[in-house]
Structure formats: structure tokens, C-alpha cells
Design a binder for this molecule. Structure first.
Ligand code: AN7
Length: 370
């Protein structure tokens, strides 16, 4: 039975399939990546994440659409950043680098540090003081980062690390590092491998707009090799208080509950605008209220706990409901795991929580309404 399943899997999947356990995305897609025999592969077996149909969202849209979540919060450090880091850190190691640096709203710092430490390198991270979700900070600390919390936002931190890496022997692993996007493009390959074709729409949250750029690269490479017959329209979503790509200008003081995408001056803005144009896509701003409502809906209806920034992709799709073509296939990228931001979860839910209950059957039963 299992053998049969593995054989079917090997037959149906275009990626390198001489493996029975998911080997990590570099091994799975090595023909598509800029690595050589001498690249030391630093991996936590990232990638290979599930594509999950969101039946409650199909119902809300009600146009015979199939909506899927690409649940990248299931990566080893809980976000899509692992895809980029396995590549960036492997190449840094190949080049003899001893330390890496990044600015981060949280997820990049967790992923960079996990992979850097696995590769025997130091990891320095600059974060906006007070604006990184607790789970992400906990990860950076446990993986052994040197954390510098600065009195300023992500954009300021990025400027500093860019300068640091040009002056000192330290490799920058933010998404200006081209290997990051190479690793991240594999998510598009996985989507096409799983569906057998590219989706009609790809819905994705945007911060620095590295991920939307990487997906577009991946979809294009498969398309150019004839593996898919079409290209998706790329739908990028930002939080209303932090929407430089929607408004077409830098935001000096970005603000949103979705701290992952609290970015006012995206480094990949030119690339993102090209993606929008080439794919005939759209960039839309979503209110924090809509983000949180969708965050709760995904938890309560789908059993999927994602972080607020990730919920923006599904909230954005719902906002564009009237424009969705009938019978289409849509993929929403859920970029990060809900466990990253426990404070947001505890403050935003409709659950019943009664505390201080005496440990007696009758009292418990009564509290439950029996
Ligand atoms: C969950 O960790 O920028 O548009 O420093 O953590 O590629 O920037 C995080 C970004 C979406 C936006 N969803 O991706 C960082 C950081 C989650 C994220 C984004 C981020 P890009």
C-alpha cells in the first residue's frame, strides 16, 4: 500500500523523485537551482508543504472555485523564509562566510539563525524594538542569535545591515541576497506539481515583496519549460496602515497588527511592480479588521492557525470576490505559522475560556451547560 503510494508519487511529480522521505527543497529541485557539487547543502528538510483546499472559502465565494492554501507555516522554523535560507546559507558556507546578518520583522531572524547555526556560522539580527512577535523572538534566542533591538522600524534596520555587510566580512541574508529568491521560487514549483497546472490566481501577502517576486520567477521557469500551460495573475496584499506598494509611495511610520509586514519601504518594489504588470495582477490594501476576521475564520472553519500577515492573502481574496473568474483555481499563500504570535491569538478569538473552575465533576458539567 505504502509502496504503491510512493510509486504513484514518483510517477506524478516532476521534481527529482529518487527519495522516499522529503529531502529538503535543494535536493528536490537541484536542477533548477544555482548549486554545484561542491555546495555544502545546509538543510532542515524545508519545503514540501501541503496545499490544503479551503472549503469554507469556496463557499463564501460561491462561483464554483477551488481555493487552496499553500501552508508554508509548516516549514521547520514556521515560515516560508526557510526556503530562502537553505539556499542563502548554503551558498554563504560555500563562499567561506563565518557570520551572517539580517534586519527582520521576526521570521527572517528565526530562519537565518537556525540555518546559520546549523552551518556553523554566527548570526546577527537587527529587529525593531517592541514590534517582533514573541514566538519569533523566542526562536532567534533559542537558535543562538546575537539580537540587536533597535529604536526604529524595519526599514531603518535594513539600511544599517546593508551598510554593515558592505563594510565588514559578514553576509547579508535579507531578500536582496539573490539566493533567497532562488530558494523561495520552489514554492511555485510545488504548487504546479501538486495541481498539475498553475492556478488562475496566486494571492500573497507583501512586505518587502521578495516572495511575490520569487513565486513569479518559479511560475515563469516552469511555464518556459512547458511544465505548465499558463501563468497565474499575481494578487499582492498589504495591510492598510503599511501599504507602500498599493499607494505607490514610501510610508514613514507603517502600522498594522500584522507585524511581519510592517514595512514602509520595500526593497523589492521595482521587481514587484514588474510582477504586477507582467501577470496582469493587482495590489490591494486590507484593513486590520478584515485580516483578523479571516485569521479567526481560518482557525475556526479550517483548523489552520496562521499568523495575521498570512491571513491577508485570504482576506484579500474575499475582498476581491466580485472579480474572481468563475470555475477558477486559486492558491493563497499562508506564509507563517500562528504559533509565532501567541499574543495576537489570545487577544483575538471567540473561544469560551472559563478559569478558576473547581475540580469537581458537577461544577465542570454545569460550566459546560449540562
Ligand atoms: C509571515 O521576517 O520581512 O513580501 O523580516 O514574515 O517577501 O517580504 C517577513 C515577511 C509575509 C512578507 N508573511 O514577505 C522578515 C520579513 C510573513 C512574513 C511576509 C513576511 P515579503
Amino acid at each position: 500500500m505504502v509502496k504503491q503510494l510512493i510509486n504513484d508519487f514518483k510517477k506524478n511529480f516532476k521534481r527529482n523523485s529518487n527519495f522516499t522521505q522529503w529531502p529538503g527543497l535543494i535536493e528536490a529541485y537541484k536542477e533548477w537551482l544555482p548549486i554545484s557539487k561542491k555546495t555544502p547543502i545546509i538543510t532542515l528538510q524545508e519545503g514540501g508543504t501541503p496545499l490544503i483546499e479551503l472549503k469554507s472559502i469556496n463557499k463564501i465565494i460561491d462561483k464554483n472555485v477551488k481555493v487552496y492554501a499553500k501552508y508554508d507555516g509548516l516549514n521547520p522554523t514556521g515560515s516560508f523564509k526557510d526556503r530562502g535560507m537553505t539556499m542563502a546559507i548554503s551558498k554563504a558556507k560555500e563562499e567561506g562566510c563565518k557570520a551572517v546578518i539580517c534586519a527582520s520583522t521576526g521570521n527572517t531572524s528565526a530562519a537565518a539563525t537556525a540555518y546559520a547555526k546549523k552551518g556553523g556560522m554566527k548570526s546577527f539580527v537587527l529587529i525593531p524594538d517592541g514590534y517582533v512577535a514573541q514566538g519569533k523572538l523566542a526562536q532567534a534566542l533559542v537558535y543562538g542569535a546575537e539580537v540587536l533591538a533597535i529604536k526604529g522600524n524595519f526599514d531603518k534596520a535594513l539600511k544599517i545591515v546593508q551598510e554593515m555587510s558592505s563594510k565588514f566580512p559578514i553576509t547579508l541574508v535579507n531578500s536582496v541576497n539573490p539566493y533567497r529568491l532562488q530558494g523561495q521560487k520552489t514554492a511555485a514549483f510545488e504548487v504546479v506539481d501538486a495541481l498539475g497546472e498553475a492556478p488562475d490566481w496566486l494571492c500573497i501577502p507583501m512586505g518587502n515583496a521578495g516572495n511575490i517576486t520569487a513565486y513569479w520567477m518559479g511560475f515563469n521557469e516552469y511555464y518556459q519549460h512547458g511544465i505548465s500551460k499558463k501563468l497565474p495573475q499575481m494578487m499582492g496584499f498589504q495591510a492598510e496602515g503599511s501599504a507602500p506598494l498599493v499607494l505607490g509611495r514610501t510610508i514613514d511610520n507603517p502600522d498594522t497588527i500584522a507585524t511581519a509586514i510592517r514595512i514602509g519601504n520595500p526593497v523589492n518594489k521595482e521587481k514587484a511592480n514588474i510582477v504586477k504588470k507582467e501577470s496582469n495582477g493587482k495590489f490591494i490594501a486590507i484593513s486590520d479588521k478584515d485580516i483578523i476576521n479571516t485569521y479567526k475564520l481560518l482557525g475556526e472553519e479550517e483548523g489552520i492557525f496562521c499568523e495575521p500577515a498570512s491571513a491577508a492573502s485570504v482576506a484579500g481574496l474575499i475582498k476581491l470576490k466580485e472579480e474572481i473568474p468563475k470555475n477558477s483555481t486559486i492558491v493563497c499563500v499562508l506564509t507563517g505559522n500562528g504559533l509565532k504570535d501567541p499574543d495576537c491569538a489570545i487577544q483575538n478569538n471567540e473561544a469560551v475560556f472559563k478559569s478558576g473552575i473547581e475540580p469537581e465533576l458537577e461544577i465542570v458539567a454545569k460550566s459546560m451547560g449540562f
